[in-house]
Design a protein around this ligand. Structure first.
Ligand code: OGA
Ligand code: NI
Length: 360
């Protein structure tokens, strides 16, 4: 990976900017008119409920209830690339506790958070930009990024030590999320007609698969119509399980030419397909473009848990899904190589997965 050892420009902490009481956002955050959230010339913004799946049905003694649930998930992965899950087995108390410790972390004085300031080599820690291009437009967001898996990348010392319960809660949350992710990738494998451990094995299995968390913090923004919390992108990895604040929306997904605002359902998670599953499924499952809008009266926090292939895993369309009529759409690429694109250029819509298509 050809990533820089340090950020090419001084880092601007968005939360500090927001707190300073400015009425106008700096030009570095002002998006060109075509990228602004309110460019409604041919784009209408509507709020929607994305499909909700009750995971409890996967434990039903009734075969047909289980099969219907698998079919429903498979259908939404083809049609939406996004769905919400309820009765996922993670206690509402743990969800609430985890959100609360992260809200507390972001309220700490800047010096405390600066102890964990991150670098573009690994992105681990407290950060304020994705991408290293000099002069790039910036997003209205600070974040904290940490690794859970593989074990060799896990480092408790790189996790916040305040609030005091933080490390314990972060670990407990990670453990549960890895289990949920593994349950979901099994269902995705079955839904594609593959062996149930196909995705797990392709990602490198127990020892190599990776899992990480990015906690996004979107401060209040005095001019929310000029910028974005997170620019359009598709997630580069396997699957993402998002836990957003529920009293405020912000996530938008693209459907055709429309940006639809997702209504988060309390106590549910939002799951979306990443580029690696699109590649592995030979584009049967869709990694859908999404972005985040901000607002002037309330800050918003979201926990994006990414379950990904190991860095050295070579991801390619499953042989079983490649036929004469549906030739392989993508050539094999390691996840490390694939991910270096977004880490260098920042969020760029679906341009990477599009450019990764094999020549025909
Ligand atoms: C992400 C993401 C959405 C949100 O972190 O990749 O898309 O609502 N987050 O914060
Ligand atoms: Ni995303």
């Amino acid at each position: 990976m050809s990533l820089l050892p340090s950020w090419p420009e001084p880092i601007i902490r968005v939360q500090s900017l927001s707190k300073s009481g400015i009425r106008k956002i700096p030009h570095r955050f002002v998006k060109p008119p075509s990228d602004r959230p309110c460019n409604i010339m041919d784009i209408t913004t509507t709020s929607i409920n994305i499909p909700l799946i009750d995971l409890e049905n996967l434990n039903s003694p009734n075969d047909s209830v289980r099969q219907e649930t698998i079919d429903h998930i498979s259908h939404v992965c083809r049609e939406w690339g996004f769905f919400q899950v309820a009765n996922h087995g993670i206690s509402h108390e743990l969800m609430e506790k985890t959100r609360a410790v992260w809200h507390e972390f972001f309220q700490l004085p800047l010096e405390e958070k600066q102890k964990f300031a991150n670098l573009p080599m690994t992105y681990e820690g407290y950060g304020s930009r994705i991408g290293v291009e000099v002069g790039a437009k910036l997003d209205w967001c600070d974040y904290f990024f940490l690794h859970y898996l593989p074990q060799v990348l896990k480092d408790e010392n790189k996790r916040p030590c305040l609030p005091v319960s933080c490390r314990k809660v972060i670990s407990e949350y990670g453990e549960k999320m890895v289990k949920l992710s593994r349950r979901l990738i099994k269902i995705l494998s079955i839904g594609l007609g593959l062996n149930e451990d196909y995705v797990h094995k392709s990602f490198g299995g127990d020892g190599e698969s990776s899992a990480c968390l990015r906690v996004n913090f979107y401060p209040k923004c005095p001019q929310p119509d000029l910028t974005l919390g997170l620019s359009p992108h598709s997630d580069p990895g396997g699957i993402t399980i998002l836990l957003p604040d529920t009293d405020i929306s912000g996530l938008q997904i693209r459907r055709g030419n429309n940006w639809l605002t997702v209504n988060p359902i309390p106590n549910a998670f939002i799951v979306n397909i990443g580029d690696q599953i699109q590649v592995l499924s030979n584009a049967i499952y869709k990694s859908v473009e999404h972005r985040v809008i901000v607002n002037s009266n309330k800050e918003r926090l979201s926990l994006a848990f990414f379950y990904n292939p190991g860095g050295r895993a070579l991801i390619k369309p499953a042989d079983e899904l490649v036929t004469k009529d549906c030739p392989a759409l993508y050539s094999p690429m390691t996840f490390n190589e694939y991910r270096s694109f977004i880490r260098t250029k920042g969020p760029s819509g679906k341009s990477q997965i599009e450019s990764h298509k094999s020549p025909r």
